[in-house]
Write a protein that binds this ligand. Structure first.
Ligand code: ADP
Ligand code: MG
Length: 322
């Protein structure tokens, strides 16, 4: 693998809550290279968004990075002063969130909102930025793009709004795009269109893409590498093809069994992973997955399994059951 563009090293994030401190992210290490798509997968609450928000110092006040580094272009983003992280946001690293309506301003036209970051970061004339906004909307396949610059967000469908968000994210040709459940609110067909588009555009810019999703089914087609998170930790990481061919963590296997297959027998219920998702305020000793794991044995109840290489490009955090 070439030198990573972004490398998260042993990141831990804590939140102050009414019930005391919780550790939402616990020693996560991840990296992504130019042109590569890394998917982060896991049930809701596993720490995916908190990891992503940490990259751009977007955690809310209750949260703080308590350990670790996030290296990007030779600097540690964790300790970067606010005015410098602002220059990186949008220009070098862009984020796309799940609900585009809340990220778009309802009272400003689409054209104005797409043109503004270009105008700000690129220091171009307003007219040039506005024209470029039209081109960007064309690139994300919005019909009659230039006419629609004068429309307001509510005049766009959910899928079209997410296209606008992608256009905005790509406006400054960022080196890294972080898409946090970008298609979760959309129907399946639109979901596939948006992800195809995101993948094509990032490839053409040779940008890196971090794609966050709770749906392991989604990532098969789009990711080069997959990191599976559970209770704030990476429990398995591998190339997408290895992960699908031979998942090696019981939690990943469980996720895999709950993916609906197109040719599946009608009337047969999907398997779900038994037990409750982890409660970060009350984690068991040892492996956090042990209450739900069909294979747990003594070691699993006393020690947290470290993430270890099992082959050249496959890691897992499990004491084994084979
Ligand atoms: P997901 O994997 O679904 O994106 P998150 O990263 O958003 O999960 O959240 C992980 C955990 O971090 C949550 O289950 C919650 O316990 C905690 N957390 C996230 N945001 C906050 C917050 N603003 N205040 C307190 N706790 C938070
Ligand atoms: Mg999330």
């Amino acid at each position: 693998m070439s030198n990573p563009l972004l490398s998260i090293e042993d990141l831990s994030v804590e939140f102050r809550t009414e019930d005391g401190e919780i550790q939402a992210v616990d020693g996560v290490s991840l990296s992504v290279s130019e042109g590569e798509t890394l998917a982060i997968v896991g049930e809701s609450g596993s720490g995916k968004s908190v990891t992503a928000l940490s990259i751009l110092q977007l955690l809310d006040e209750a949260g703080r990075v308590s350990a670790g580094k996030i290296m990007f272009g030779g600097v540690d983003l964790v300790s970067l002063p606010v005015d410098e992280i602002r220059k990186i946001r949008g220009e070098q690293i862009a984020m796309i969130f799940q609900e585009p309506m809340s990220s778009l301003n309802p009272v400003l036209t689409i054209g104005r909102q797409v043109a503004e970051p270009i105008w700000l970061h690129r220091k171009e004339s307003w007219k040039a930025a506005y024209e470029q906004a039209g081109t960007l909307l064309k690139n994300v396949s919005i019909p009659d793009a230039t006419d629609r610059l004068n429309d307001y967000p509510h005049q766009f469908s959910g899928g079209m709004r997410q296209r606008v968000m992608i256009a905005m994210a790509l406006a400054c040709q960022p080196k890294l795009i972080i898409a946090d459940e970008p298609t979760t609110a959309l129907d399946v067909t639109v979901q596939a269109q948006i992800l195809d588009l995101l993948k094509d555009l990032t490839k053409s810019l040779n940008s890196a893409l971090i794609l966050i999703t709770h749906d392991l089914g989604v990532v098969a087609r789009y990711a080069d590498r997959v990191a599976v998170m559970y209770a704030g930790r990476v429990v398995e990481q591998a190339t997408a093809s290895n992960l699908y061919k031979s998942p090696r963590h019981p939690y990943t296997k469980g996720l895999m069994d709950s993916i609906p297959t197109l040719g599946g027998e009608p009337g047969v219920r999907l398997k779900t992973i038994e037990g409750q998702p982890a409660d970060l305020g009350d984690l068991p000793l040892g492996c956090s997955f042990n209450p739900r794991c069909p294979y747990s044995h003594d070691a699993c109840f006393s020690t947290k399994p470290p993430l270890e290489k099992i082959t050249a490009d496959h890691e897992r955090a499990c004491f084994g059951y084979e």
